[in-house]
Design a protein around this ligand. Structure first.
Ligand code: ZN
Length: 455
């Protein structure tokens, strides 16, 4: 229930609790620091937030559940009509007893998230007192790391994120597994090195990569720990290679342990693998989940709580990771990343990302939905409900959730090696659609066309 976000005291408090289990470094980056295309935002903290009806009853109360307040809501104190309040309310009509999780990190906004049942009970002809007592000041982004040095020059990444409040599978379970694995690995004699990183998602990973560029470029591979304690399937999301040494190793271990599992090809949505595997870094990243994000209905809702997750699930994934690390330790050498990454030498139309270090900040170019938390959430139909509100035009063509995917795929694979034809094959997105969006991205100076077939 600690109020975590991408910055603020909630993250500090959380990392301090994790550090009671085993020690790691806690570091901070000041507001305003440039990290590639991004800037560390102001630090956000919450004193209180509520909505009172005319009788003085708190009908929405941050103290009861911190998911009620949209993350990064700006301060406000105002009496308003229900109509005005309503435009700042988020509900899930298909899951009427759940509170959705929403954020607005990069657009100054405020909002409350409530269950649809709660919404139905609000008096529609009344006025309401809205109080959001938050601060947005120059401060810091807080993160943690611990580098466990081995004897070899080979290093692996174990990364998780720490920015979701009050959600258990995504992402409390990842943080717990992260600290347990760190504790375990410290007690082992190791041949290789392991870099443990705990950052707020996206901005934290980008900031971390910008601060540790040369070391990160040399990593052999790694894993994102998230969604590891749900009641559903055991699932493996492959690295962007799809057939990297680490993918083969994970699948071999899962089979050896006689476990039923589902595999997912690399998907440009997801977590920080998008940053770690971006064209400049190209670190192969795998993810093992128990009820993977996007795959369970309670994803990004208040129903992803401690009753939803199970310690047995988390322990099972913990044991799988132990087996994987023990297997990695048996190897002296690993495939050369540079050779692997240049294996694909197809001809065709090629583009080059002009921002190969992590993903460019799409929201400042109006290429991203400003309402965070909704992407691929099963209980939230973007097309149906928010089409006009949260998507902006690119040159008269409406960007939909599908376009966001296309933008991300193109930027991710435009390294001068993969052609647009390759991307079409990998993603099943029609070539014409890719070309249209690629040309638009050129006008945003995010991409350039590579003349000649085999550059
Ligand atoms: Zn999430």
């Amino acid at each position: 229930p600690i109020c975590r976000s991408i910055t603020g005291d909630g993250v500090r408090k959380t990392l301090a609790i994790l550090r009671e289990i085993t020690d790691f470094e806690i570091l901070e980056i000041p507001t305003g620091t440039k990290c590639y295309d991004w800037t560390i935002p102001k630090e956000w903290n919450v004193n209180d937030a509520y909505v009172k009806d005319q009788n003085g009853n708190k009908v929405i109360d941050f103290q009861r559940n911190n998911l009620h307040l949209k993350s990064y809501s700006i301060p406000i104190h105002k009496i308003m009509s229900f109509k005005e309040l309503e435009s700042h309310l988020e509900t899930l009509i298909d899951m009427p007893d759940a509170i959705p999780y929403r954020t607005s990190y990069y657009k100054e906004d405020w909002g409350f998230c409530i269950s649809h049942n709660q919404y139905m009970n609000l008096e529609k002809n009344s006025t309401y007192e809205v109080v959001i007592d938050t601060t947005l000041n120059d401060g810091h982004l807080t993160y943690g790391q611990k580098i466990i040095k081995g004897e070899s020059k080979h290093e692996f990444l174990i990364s998780t994120y720490c920015c979701h409040p009050s959600l258990a599978n995504d992402n409390l379970s990842g943080m717990v597994l992260w600290i347990l694995l760190l504790q375990w690995i410290k007690q082992k004699k190791r041949k290789h090195s392991y870099r443990f990183v705990i950052v707020p998602e996206t901005i934290g990973a980008i900031a971390y990569l910008s601060k540790n560029e040369s070391e990160m470029k040399n990593l052999v591979g790694g894993f994102i720990l998230t969604c590891v304690a749900g009641p559903g399937n055991l699932e493996y999301k492959k690295s962007f290679h799809g057939n990297h040494f680490l993918d083969d190793l994970v699948l071999r271990i899962l089979k050896k342990l006689n476990l039923d599992f589902i595999t997912h090809d690399f998907d440009i949505n997801g977590s920080d693998e998008r940053q770690y595997s971006s064209p400049f870094f190209r670190i192969p990243i795998g993810t093992i989940c128990k009820s993977k994000y996007y795959e369970y209905n309670y994803y990004h809702t208040s129903k992803d709580n401690l009753e939803f997750i199970k310690s047995e699930s988390l322990i099972k994934v913990f044991q799988i990771y132990i087996s994987i690390i023990e297997e990695i330790e048996k190897f002296e050498n690993f495939p050369d990343k540079k050779i692997l990454n240049s294996e694909n030498k197809n001809s065709g139309k090629k583009f080059l990302s002009l921002m190969p270090y992590c993903e460019p900040m799409l929201s400042k170019r109006n290429l991203y939905p400003t309402n965070g938390g909704t992407i691929k959430q099963k209980m939230f139909d973007v097309e149906k409900r928010h089409n006009d509100k949260i998507y902006q035009d690119i040159k008269g063509k409406k960007i939909t959730g599908k376009h966001l995917d296309i933008i991300r795929w193109i930027l991710f694979y435009s390294d001068g090696i993969f052609s647009l034809e390759d991307i079409a094959k990998k993603t099943n997105i029609p070539f014409d659609g890719l070309l249209l969006v690629a040309n638009e991205l050129c006008t945003h100076n995010l991409l350039k066309f590579l003349d000649g077939e085999n550059k």
